[in-house]
Design a protein around this ligand. Sequence first.
Ligand code: FPP
Length: 258
Amino acid sequence: MLNKIKRWKNQSSSSELRERMLKIQELQIPSHIAIIMDGNGRWAKKRALPRIAGHHEGMKVVRKITRLANQVGVKALTLYAFSTENWKRPKLEVEYLMKLPEEFLGSFLPELVEENVKVIMMGDKEMLPSHTRNAIERAMEDTKDNTGLILNFALNYGSRSEIIEGIKEVLKDCKNGIIDENELNEDIFSSYLMTKGLNDPDLLIRTSGEIRLSNFMLWQLAYTEFWFTDVLWPDFAEDHFIEAIEVFQNRQRRFGGV
Ligand code: FPP
């Protein structure tokens, strides 16, 4: 057990990186970081590889960044792994993407359990193939009592439909007298969304040079700091993640105040 923790703790490659990691921990670490992991296809294309090779490489980065986030004290990491629009992709690519959670959790789950990481998911589970759903549900069950980093996979997730579903539930509860429409406020509405129980992200990272939200956490990102990078997700390294946190720590958040 001690060896594993040592491996987890000592993974950072250079002393310069370790120093930056220590430094950011002296300041406020964003409690919740959300990431739009973009650029897998372009990464593969540049190497004349099939797109799925980019996704496979991207999965390795998920492992690396999860470890690092846990190490520096991030409380929640939300990863946009598959959107409700991604079903439009070629069948083989979709099938491959649906295999990734199993592959990832198949090898990484014991480490997540040991490192006190809690796996959760947001998105419509019903449409997922049973093998994908089972892998995620097993990880959620095995880590449900963990109290460390929350690793939240956005899988078959779309923010507009999340909001519409939330509104439908609010209307139902108003009709049944469970809530009073005059008392409805932002906090109550937030509890009808898939992120119930999670703080809104403090920092959003999007890789690959695209500057848009792509139907991701539209409600929850209202006051989030955004950090965009041209780096493609499979090339995203520890020092990019640290850089994003450093930039965040130099921003002044006013939440509409002065
Ligand atoms: C967008 O890049 C990326 C995705 C739709 C999939 C992201 C998935 C992973 C990084 C792996 C997930 C891992 C687990 C464990 C679930 P793109 O394909 O749109 O890239 P492109 O814009 O360059 O074509």
